[in-house]
Design a protein around this ligand. Sequence first.
Ligand code: KG4
Ligand code: ZN
Length: 347
Amino acid sequence: MKVLGIESSCDETGVALVETRPGGVPRLLAEALHSQADMHGAYGGVVPELASRDHIRRVLPLARRVLADAGSTVADIDVVAYTRGPGLAGALLVGAGVAVALAAALGKPALGVHHLEGHLLSPFLADHAPEFPFIALLVSGGHTQLMRVEGVGRYELLGETIDDAAGEAFDKSAKLLGLGYPGGPALARLADFGNADAFALPRPLLHSGDLDFSFAGLKTAVMTQVKKLGNVCEQERADLAASTQAAIVDVLVAKSLKALKQTGAKRLVVAGGVGANLRLRERLDAGAAKLKARVFYPPLALCTDNGAMIALAAALRLQHGLAALHEDGAFDVRPRWPLAELEPETR
Ligand code: KG4
Ligand code: ZN
């Protein structure tokens, strides 16, 4: 069975085609992505209306490219999956509308997918896929959560951020350092040239005893430092970047390892855009090794938003009998949609 996946929840238009394999993990046949980062960069953050309009422009050309790259045609598509939420309402509506219209035109069913379930299952697209159960650290621009994953559709929330997400902390600190949008990758690059011990920044909730996170105070601490320095020179900027990255990474690593110890799990899956951070990966790998645990990541290019994870999550749900397919042309989107509210059977 071939599943076309469409992602449009924020500022990336992603399309991909996966094929299910009996008894195996679905195989990625082709994927294509257009990032709107440059367009939004001029405004210092995502402008929702511009995002929606750009998704409209990109989605069909990307779908054509994916089908051509996979050596397939629309007639080969069995199911059209789309991101139903969470995300920007207008942006979600573009992907959902196109997916449901395409499915109706082909006489095939459509399936709405939870964006975070896509991230959570994305390590199954890597050469070395994890086995269930595992602990998942979900770290994106909008979410920071630790979950226990028993199987497809069986997720238990262990802890989450009480304010800003880890990616938000990267982005907001980067903005304060004049690094543009999205700042996470730029801050990580600059951090390579800085001294992580130069500034003593807070590690919020590090010793709270639970698995929750808080990053809002960190951004305030970075702002205070920037104001105190006044004219920030190049080296100070690099030092602040390195110190900020170290503070975020310290907390993410400590809580992830605590989750492993607490549950006795031996596998940790890292997903979401911040999972692309190489310092985070190094520290998690080293920490997990001491616990005789192993860390699994999606392929680097599939850490941030993409269509492959949406097609994959849909295919895995279908394989596990956890999806009610519909061909009635009706659809909705859920801009706010806690993963805990994900019904056992999605439609
Ligand atoms: O998963 P994602 O693409 O979108 C959301 O669903 O939010 O994550 C985007 C987030 C942004 O905050 C971005 O700055 C961050 O991931 N990010 C990084 C890196 N690459 C992306 N943060 C730190 N280091 C990176 N290398
Ligand atoms: Zn995402």
